[in-house]
Design a protein around this ligand. Structure first.
Ligand code: BGC
Length: 677
């Protein structure tokens, strides 16, 4: 046998794997196809912080094991840096920042001793009730794909394998173990899979299957998804592993379906069971060789690469990493309403202020499922404001349950900040034993918080509502009664500091919504958290609102800042491969700030049923007051294609398209022009 050494090229790795497969016994091959984690360990680790789950590896053949750890809001092993949740990061529309976050995560995974990161969660936010909305980046496949690719780039730079999950159509939590998703071919290819394809193209080397079924077959057994689409159409060379414990239902189902590894331990991929299935002719030797080969090839590819640096434990949760968590929290908050420019508050004019709400004092970084990061510290909203102001202004905290005291405090202060919204009991990964998480039944705030908002707003005109949560919150009942609404998400370990810096104007908020906020839940697609079966249609989010003509409360891509931007001179040019668009953006206000420029393509002249428009490009730029920037965004022609289920191919229509550029998906925020292919 050859030696495994740093710097091996693809061919050498391939030859090594071939040779190993020739010498390995069936038992040794099956060991490559399982995780090594004990079930008790998994349950014990829930909530207490989790460790790394090993694969089996092979000492004899010198194949190191994979060492899995989870995310996405940081590495879930205690002490790690805790970032804002993915949906918040999606609201930053800043893929460079996401790559930096991936970079930090990659370093911390290595410093913890891991080499496989399960936190590239890129399921589509089809409906805001979805309990794990916070773990993904938004409702749009293009946006999700760009973010998933950026996280993958950052993580894999440190020779950590990234796992994109949950493949596929996993957008209901409570019924995740049983629900069957009915979906037509065009919807699957155009809406629910493009972001996975994007991550595979970026080089993401592992895929985790979803628990749910697609078209009657569990995703972990789904030959059509795993073999036809992923491994064949997309030419995916890495390995596929299951979700935890219930992701595989039978030996034959998983292995014929194309699932290479059963996680976190062997239940159906036990040697005895695999051997029997082989003897009965239910699976083939080639399938075993394929699975074991994929695992070994992928691991060798990573362990033989030179590391860009060393990974000391001191890197975990270090100051530099916490600063990136702060930057992410600052860049992701979305200002939804700011009448009379009440924000930023002027600390020289305020003598006393009040902070209301239970959520102001709890460490609320998101759900308590597999993505929970127990970090060194969490700056709560109250702590952040106290840190920022020191003794300069008197701060009164009121939890909000006693109406009389709420009224009297609200009356006597110069500004009132309400911290309201959700926590891990309301939404998140559903863990029945712990009675936490699951899908949301009600998209509004809790009644007591609505009452609190109304009460404070009636007593104080400088009333700022700060929303905490992982997806859309319906606000119709109270939104017209308050002048300021800021979406702050689950903003990670530095969230309270970021909030204070935004409220007092050290930071100009620049985030924009990565989903649509409805006025009425009836405007959304059908959702049933207990469904045995559900149909995912072609339209959801902004494509559904635009097609049906319903007006959202806040549109996809919308967000205010403390300054204003003006768009001018939209130009479009087309060459053989690309559509090249450019626009002038000017900061017309007095404050420096970031603008997120969005590019949409409209399909009015299409011969088939297509969305009114689709996001196809975006960029975030910083502009000083009066500064003007020429912003260029390219769209490859391929990216305009639709999937024709009859010809089973992607087709680019030769028609006139509308190109829109501007600051949100709302018609009034966009300039438009046309081009013809
Ligand atoms: C979740 C996955 C997660 C896994 C391991 C499962 O329950 O669905 O997203 O990666 O646990 O932590």
């Amino acid at each position: 046998m050859n030696e495994i050494k740093k710097g091996m090229n693809e061919e050498e790795i391939e030859n090594y794997v071939k040779e190993v497969l020739e010498h390995m016994s069936l038992k040794e091959k099956v060991y490559q196809m399982i995780g090594n984690g004990l079930i008790l360990k998994v349950l014990k680790d829930r909530g207490v912080g989790r460790r790394v789950y090993d694969g089996a590896g092979s000492k004899k053949f010198k194949i190191p094991s994979f060492k899995f750890t989870d995310g996405p809001r940081g590495v879930v092993i205690p002490g790690s840096t805790c970032f804002p949740v993915s949906i918040a990061r999606g609201a930053s529309w800043d893929v460079n920042l996401e790559q930096n976050i991936g970079n930090v995560i990659g370093k911390e995974v290595r410093a913890h001793g891991g080499n496989l990161f399960g936190g590239v969660c890129i399921n589509l936010l089809r409906h805001p009730s979805w309990g794990r909305a916070q773990e993904t980046y938004g409702e749009d496949p293009f946006l999700i794909g760009e973010f998933g690719a950026a996280l993958t780039r950052g993580v894999q730079k440190h020779n950590v394998m990234a796992t994109a999950k949950h493949f596929a159509a996993n957008s209901i939590e409570t019924a995740r173990f049983k629900v069957n998703v009915k979906i037509d071919e065009r919807t699957l290819r155009e809406v629910y899979l493009p972001h996975f394809k994007r991550c595979v193209e970026e080089g993401c080397v592992t895929i985790m299957t979803a628990y749910n079924k697609v078209r009657g077959e569990y995703c972990g057994h789904n030959k059509y998804l795993l073999r036809n689409i992923l491994k064949s159409d997309w030419n995916f060379q890495g390995f596929v592993h299951s979700d935890w414990m219930r992701g595989v239902k039978s030996t034959m189902g998983g292995i014929t379906g194309g699932l290479d590894v059963e996680m976190p331990r062997a239940k159906y991929y036990k040697y005895r069971k695999v051997k029997k299935a082989l003897q009965q002719g239910n699976i083939s030797q080639a399938m075993i060789d394929e699975a074991a080969g994929r695992v070994m090839r992928t691991i060798l590819h990573y362990v033989t690469k030179e590391d860009p640096q060393t990974y000391e434990p001191a890197l975990i949760g270090c100051e530099e990493h916490c600063k990136i968590a702060l930057e992410a929290a600052e860049k992701s908050m979305v200002l939804l309403k700011n009448e009379q420019n009440i924000l930023p508050l002027n600390k020289n004019k305020i003598k006393r202020m009040a902070i209301f709400g239970r959520l102001a004092i709890i460490k609320n970084t998101g759900d308590h499922g597999s993505s929970n990061v127990s970090t060194k510290y969490v700056i709560t909203p109250l702590k952040g404001i106290q840190n920022y102001l020191g003794d300069s202004i008197q701060i009164l905290y009121n939890e909000g349950s006693d109406k009389e005291s709420v009224k009297s405090v609200a009356k006597e202060v110069d500004a009132a900040i309400l911290i309201v919204g959700l926590d891990h009991k309301d939404e998140g990964e559903f863990i029945r034993e712990l009675k936490i998480g699951g899908d949301r039944e009600n998209l509004s705030l809790h009644d007591n918080e609505i009452e609190l908002i109304k009460l404070v707003a009636s007593e104080n005109q400088n009333c700022v509502v700060v929303l905490i949560g992982g997806s859309a919150i319906i606000m119709e009942e109270w939104k017209d009664q308050v002048p300021v609404i800021l979406m702050a998400w689950y903003s990670g370990m530095e969230g309270g500091n970021a909030l204070a810096r935004i409220i007092f104007g050290d930071v100009n908020p620049g985030g924009k919504l990565p989903f649509t906020i409805p006025k009425d839940p009836n405007h959304l697609p059908f959702f049933d958290k207990d469904a045995d079966e559900i149909e995912y249609g072609y339209y959801h989010g902004y494509t559904l609102f635009e097609k049906s003509g319903f007006e959202p409360a806040f549109a996809f891509g919308f967000g205010l800042t403390y300054t204003s931007f003006n768009y001018n001179n939209l130009q479009v040019d087309v060459n053989d491969e690309k559509v090249l668009a450019s626009v002038e953006v000017k900061n017309t206000g007095k404050t420096a700030g970031d603008e997120i420029i969005q590019l949409y393509i409209g399909f009015e002249q299409s011969q088939i049923d297509r969305p009114v428009k689709l996001l196809k490009g975006f960029t975030r730029v910083h502009l000083e007051p009066n500064e003007n920037k020429h912003v260029m965004i390219e769209v490859s022609k391929e990216n305009l294609a639709w999937y024709n289920p009859n010809s089973k191919s992607w087709e680019v229509e030769q028609i006139t398209y509308t190109l829109y550029m501007g600051g949100s998906s709302r018609a009034k925020d966009l300039l438009s022009t046309q081009f013809t292919l």
